[in-house]
Design a protein around this ligand. Structure first.
Ligand code: URA
Length: 235
């Protein structure tokens, strides 16, 4: 692939911007400054470097974001700040959040450009576990554990699929669901007269939110985290 095209693909800039960078001698290929935008590069072998930073070509990108409250789970929006707006990453084009968290929900969001993986993780048929930490405005009864296990009506076509409720104390719990209906966790507790006052997703399938990430922080997934997720594509 031509060097300028490759840099555009990586999201470094527009065709004219990357040509300018190349002309200014800012781009090295295998440690040699390259001045020709048309220079051919082998994406899988050549090491392309911009001002000291290696730019490696990946087909797919995977990040975990600890979504803060007040931010919309969307790629772009006219009015609200979105999860992509708060991420300073290159390339960003083509990335999207997998699934939705409400504006007032915090926690794990996978951000990727891997549409097939997203499809697998969100497919109702795959029953991918989503675990949340929940705080409520009232007292949790032990009897809810059984109700969550057997399912109940929250106004959808079918009753809720088996869910696991782990009560921490009278108004805090972990809940694991395999569905992703609109406001699902909130509606499940509402069914029992309880309002969710704080909600945070802590895992999705094999992917667990890194405890060191504060709200609004993110990182690229580690190789083993990606490999575990890619197993969902095979099953
Ligand atoms: N369930 C909810 O009610 N809200 C979320 O953001 C996620 C799950």
């Amino acid at each position: 692939m031509r060097l300028d095209k490759y840099l555009v693909t990586l999201g470094v800039g527009s065709r004219s911007q990357v040509k300018e960078l190349i002309k200014k001698g800012k781009i090295k290929v295998n440690n040699q400054i390259v001045n020709k935008p048309e220079q051919h590069i082998k994406e899988d072998e050549d090491i392309v470097n911009m001002e000291g930073l290696d730019l490696n070509y990946h087909k797919f990108y995977y990040y975990m974001l600890n979504k803060p409250t007040g931010v919309l789970t969307a790629v772009s929006d006219f009015q609200c700040t979105t999860v992509l707006d708060i991420m300073d990453i290159t390339p960003k084009k083509g990335l999207f959040p997998v699934g939705r968290l409400d504006k007032d929900t915090e926690g794990l969001l996978l951000i990727t450009n891997d549409g097939e993986l997203s499809h697998m993780l969100l497919s109702p048929a795959k029953h991918v576990d989503k675990r949340y930490y929940v705080e409520l405005d009232g007292t949790l009864s032990q009897s809810l554990i059984h109700s969550f296990e057997t399912g109940f009506d929250i106004g959808e076509k079918n009753i809720t699929k088996p869910a696991i409720l782990e009560i921490i104390d009278e108004n805090k719990a972990y809940v694991t669901i395999t569905e992703g209906k609109y406001h699902q966790v909130k509606r499940m507790f509402k069914h029992f007269g309880l309002n969710v006052t704080y909600l945070k997703r802590i895992s999705m399938g094999t992917l667990v939110l890194d405890k060191s990430l504060g709200a609004g922080e993110y990182r690229a997934l580690r190789q083993e985290e990606v490999e575990q997720l890619l197993e969902y594509k095979k099953s």
